[in-house]
Design a protein around this ligand. Structure first.
Ligand code: HAM
Length: 410
């Protein structure tokens, strides 16, 4: 029986694993330079960690979570995002004594969405969070960091930053009331989906992609009308700092994000090069979330980026590892082979052996992979304790005694 991979999942290998590893390396360099510490949390958590914080009426909770009952009847969920597990981990491990806490992580997330280009059911995210700072500079430095990482990984793509502010939770509640009555008056013009959200989740209607909803939203009230003075100042300072840093952005008053925990600053980096799944990175503030998960009353802000989406835009990595190839003519000389493998490992010299006792085949692979040299092991080499090393570009062969290897590879 041939077993297929599960719909919406994918195997990462070949050039994609190289890109994946480049992303990991660059992200961890930026993280360390900016004082973020790595954290890895479990892939599954108790379901209640996600239900309320992400929003019981959000698409993620309503339709997309992989939730199952464990044998002892615990209800567990494969994490659909990383912010809430990071908060849970910070609380569980008493990491919130020394603030602000700046952490980052990379790993798989799970959402049962309809698979399409750039959208998977298991995908990987890069995630950065700052817990315990309400300073607008935290927002600015996080957006700056996101911009730096994306520009480094995707120097040839046009990436657009959209920002908005949702004000405080109180401002948002007033705004929601106003939206409810606005949308209720226009109910018949909205799509069925949006009609169902008028009272449960009116903010989501603002980012509906349906033509008829977009039409109605043109005249919808704007959050800015409900801002407190404090919210206004916070948002204005972010915008002027971004200008100071020469980071181009577009204000999008309809940007609300898909998870319920956000307030104040929200932002997304998008591209035109990916089709409909065009958001590379999204994030924002979630003041109040840490408290609602049983932690102290601390503000928080962060973002996450989709590794697959970034990888799809990255150009082919060009620095392939150059291997030293090995050829051995007969299994009888295996000790000599093991000796050279041991030696190359101790010197951290990458080698490739095709597991075939066939000089011709090994030579052909070495030529195909543009290897510089091939180490040949035959009867004489074994008996007299030397290696024949052939330079592939010139065809020049040298007899190198085991004791001369250091000199040769210097
Ligand atoms: P999100 O917008 O749901 O935010 O996801 C962030 C990014 O993950 C998206 O912009 C996209 O690149 C990628 N992504 C999401 N779903 C998929 C999918 N099905 N397939 C492939 N890539 C996907 C969050 O998850 C928040 N936790 C971000 C955050 C961190 N906010 C504050 N801190």
């Amino acid at each position: 029986m041939k077993i297929k991979s599960v719909r919406g999942t994918h195997d990462i290998f070949g050039k994609n694993i190289k890109k994946f590893n480049i992303i990991k390396k660059i992200v961890s360099e930026f993280a360390e330079n900016n004082g973020f510490h790595e954290i890895i949390t479990p892939i599954f958590e108790f379901n209640e960690l996600f239900m309320k914080p992400l929003g019981e009426e959000s698409d993620v909770v309503l339709k997309e979570m992989y939730t199952f009952e464990d044998r002892n009847k615990d209800i567990l969920t494969l994490r659909p995002e990383y912010t809430t597990p990071m908060i849970r981990a910070a609380i569980s491990n008493n990491l919130l004594n020394d603030l602000p806490l700046k952490i980052y992580g990379l790993g798989p997330m799970f959402r049962r969405e309809r698979p399409q280009k750039g959208r998977f059911r298991q995908f990987n995210q890069i995630n950065f969070e700052i817990f315990g700072s309400d300073d607008y500079i935290a927002d600015v430095t996080l957006i700056f960091l996101a911009n730096q990482i994306l520009s480094k990984l995707l120097p040839n793509n046009k990436i657009f930053l959209n920002i908005n502010s949702l004000g405080t939770k109180d401002n948002m509640n007033d705004y929601k009331q106003s939206l409810k009555s606005f949308f209720n008056d226009k109910k018949s013009k909205l799509s069925d989906d949006s009609q169902n959200k008028i009272f449960s989740n009116p903010l989501r209607i603002l980012d509906s992609k349906k033509e008829q909803d977009i039409e109605v939203c043109i005249d919808a009230p704007l959050i800015y009308e409900f801002f407190s003075n404090e919210s206004k100042i916070h948002y204005e300072r972010i915008k002027s700092s971004l200008q100071f840093l020469n980071i181009n952005f577009k204000e999008n008053p309809k940007l609300v994000r898909g998870l319920d925990y956000y307030c104040s600053t929200v932002f997304e980096f998008k591209t035109e090069d990916l089709g409909t799944q065009d958001t590379l990175l999204g994030g924002g503030r979630y003041d109040g979330l840490i408290n609602s998960l049983g932690g102290p009353n601390l503000p928080g802000i962060g973002w996450a980026a989709g590794i697959e989406r970034i990888s799809m835009l990255m150009t082919q990595p060009d620095h392939d590892i150059k291997y030293v190839n090995i050829a051995i003519t007969d299994k009888k000389f295996e000790e000599h082979l093991l000796k050279i493998i041991n030696y190359l490992n101790s010197k951290k010299i990458p080698y490739f052996w095709n597991h075939k006792y066939n000089l011709k085949k090994s030579l052909s692979i070495a030529n195909q992979t543009k290897s510089k040299i091939i180490i040949i092991i035959g009867e004489n080499e074994y008996k007299e304790d030397f290696y024949t090393i052939k330079e592939l570009s010139t065809g020049k062969q040298s007899k190198i005694k085991t004791t001369q290897l250091d000199e040769y590879f210097k």
